[in-house]
Design a protein around this ligand. Structure first.
Ligand code: NAD
Length: 264
């Protein structure tokens, strides 16, 4: 523990359980003195998120489904009423119909394309617009992305397209909000076994492939992604905006992958 985030208040959206990347980030920030509000998507997750909120002494645990604009507005009304302003925002939300995280991208339906884009990309912009109003003295926002935005990954399909748009939106948001001292960045995390990841066909194979081919010869942990988030959300990262920071054991720098791994 330390005090890198002492005196800072922020909101984290995307905790589903204790394996969520959002939870790794929440813990890293809370350990450094941040005061954090959490949200949960629907009643089913409420009972998972509430005990986690208790662990970090979070007083605000609010419902938020990003497909429902009114629920987003409610969250920001509550933040304004309780805190007046915030210093940081974490967006760790993505969704696509599981049946289309398999097979070919070309078979994506219009409905799922639109829904995936709305939840996994537009929601960050919708949140940023509202958070801007609560950041009169500047602030820091981050979202989570994946290498499938840059290169074709098996079964990532429409989610890769949404992540590419999300990364582009990070740059446009950074340009819009920079003069207000608000920084906007993304973390491109290596594969981690979470609820969302379990929707991707053959995810175990992707984990093994990353272990075998990344420079560090292993996958990354929630704590390591939390460490990167801490850098971007605290004053340590105050010179950085519009960036996509890879926390992936170096996987993205490798040009020529091995053809096979003995254990996959
Ligand atoms: P997770 O399942 O723990 O988190 C996904 C979250 O999205 C859940 O909390 C879920 O409630 C929320 N969500 C989905 N639809 C929503 C909606 N309509 N309204 C509000 N919330 C909604 O999984 P995770 O892997 O921790 O995912 C967090 C982020 O990290 C995602 O953006 C994901 O794409 C990204 N990411 C994950 C990996 C990985 O390998 N796990 C790698 C890189 C990036």
């Amino acid at each position: 523990t330390g005090n890198l985030m002492a005196g800072k208040r922020g909101i984290v959206l995307g905790v589903a359980n204790n394996r969520s990347i959002a939870w790794g980030i929440t813990k890293a920030c809370a350990d450094q003195g941040a005061e954090i509000a959490l949200t949960y998507q629907g009643d089913a997750l409420k009972k998972r998120v509430e005990p986690l909120a208790e662990q970090i002494g979070a007083k605000m645990v609010l419902p938020c489904d990003v497909t429902d604009e009114a629920s987003i507005d409610k969250v920001f009304e509550t933040l304004e009423k309780e805190w007046g302003s915030i210093d940081f925002l974490v967006h760790a939300i993505a969704y696509s119909d599981k049946s289309q995280l398999d097979g070919r991208y070309v078979d994506t339906t219009e409905d799922n394309f639109t829904q995936t884009m709305k939840i996994s990309c537009f929601s960050f912009t919708a949140l940023a617009k509202r958070a801007e109003k609560l950041m009169p003295d500047g602030g820091s926002m981050i979202t989570l992305t994946y290498y499938g935005a840059e290169k074709v990954m098996p079964h990532y399909n429409v989610m890769g397209v949404a992540k590419a748009a999300l990364e582009a939106s990070v740059r446009y948001l950074a340009a819009d909000l920079g003069e207000k001292g608000i920084r906007v960045n993304a973390i491109s995390a290596g594969p981690i076994k979470t609820l969302a990841a379990s929707g991707i066909a053959d995810f175990r194979y992707i984990l093994k492939w990353n272990e075998y081919n990344s420079p560090l010869k292993r996958t990354v942990t929630l704590e390591e992604v939390g460490g990167g988030a801490l850098y971007l959300l605290s004053d340590l990262g105050r010179g950085m905006t519009g960036e996509v920071l890879h926390i992936d054991s170096g996987y993205h720098i490798v040009g020529m992958k091995r053809e096979d791994a003995p254990d996959i």
